[in-house]
Design a binder for this molecule. Structure first.
Ligand SMILES: Nc1ncnc2c1ncn2[C@@H]1O[C@H](COP(=O)(O)OP(=O)(O)OP(=O)(O)O)[C@@H](O)[C@H]1O
Ligand SMILES: [Mg+2]
Length: 241
């Protein structure tokens, strides 16, 4: 049975979709079956990051609206299998309807990640409705951290019990100089248990642009590897990553 995670944040652009792509890729390399579901209605991006946008014909909105069957939905990319986000909003795109679909995939995968858009709107509600667990991402910027705390409490209200924190784009120097929050302050402010820290890594932007796989020894790849291993139950100590 799949472990199903909603991947959420408060502010946008904190790295959720990049994180889903990186961690899913590591889980696939470790032999796990992974499905990623883009919940960013109207602003899909995971198909690009997975390198399979040309293969996408249908999205989960088409399924809910009766325009395709379940088999036509799934495409394959660098992070495993993917279901693309609807291009347009429709009132039928509810969490309840998406959950019915996701539940049918739970027996076929080890991990399912629902990549939420920023904020706590329709796509967020759809993602958290499908998951009992969530991963909340923030950067160490105080504004991001506060809004991440808000997303954590909204996810809890929606019934998500197990919420872990990932601090992305972390750099030691600004934290030491008190220009950005340190790890303890991020954890205290969001109230979520730390799953991992991903360093700021400019190579990620380049790999998104060029479509080239990131360096396997790169700082972010190593962080994604450690997080993927923690998700599979290994005890990997937190190095300041
Ligand atoms: N650890 C990192 N270091 C440096 N850049 C990063 C890191 N993680 C993500 N990025 C860059 O940040 C930008 C935003 O990433 P991404 O699209 O994954 O964010 P998002 O949270 O999914 O955004 P949205 O809220 O719009 O869905 C991208 O250019 C990506 O390459
Ligand atoms: Mg995104």
């Amino acid at each position: 049975m799949a472990q199903i995670f909603a991947v959420v944040s408060g502010k946008g652009g904190v790295g959720k979709s990049t994180f889903v792509t990186g961690v899913a890729r590591e889980l696939v390399l470790a032999g796990k079956k992974v499905l990623a579901v883009d919940c960013d209605i109207g602003l899909r991006s995971l198909d690009l990051l997975f390198g399979c946008s040309e293969d996408v014909v249908f999205d989960w909105g088409d399924y809910i609206l009766g325009r395709c069957d379940r088999e036509g939905l799934v495409v394959s990319g660098t992070g495993g299998d993917l279901i693309a986000a609807p291009r347009f909003y429709d009132p039928a795109l509810t969490g309840e309807n998406l959950k019915k679909l996701i539940d049918t995939f739970a027996g076929e995968y080890d991990f399912i990640f629902l990549d939420s858009p920023a904020g706590v709107g329709t796509g967020f509600s759809a993602a958290v409705a499908c998951a009992k667990k969530a991963i909340a991402l923030t950067t160490p910027d105080p504004v991001c951290v506060r809004s991440c705390g808000r997303a954590v409490s909204e996810a809890e209200k929606a019934g998500v019990k197990d919420i872990r924190l990932v601090i992305n784009m972390f750099e030691v120097k600004p934290a030491v100089k008190k220009k950005l929050l340190n790890l303890d302050e991020c954890i205290d402010e969001t109230g979520a248990q730390l799953l991992g820290v991903v360093p700021f890594d400019r190579a990620l932007t380049f790999s998104a642009v060029t479509g080239r796989e990131p360096d396997e020894f790169g700082a972010s790849t190593q962080a994604y590897q450690r997080i993927a291993r923690r998700l599979t139950g290994e005890k990997i100590p937190l190095v300041c990553e």
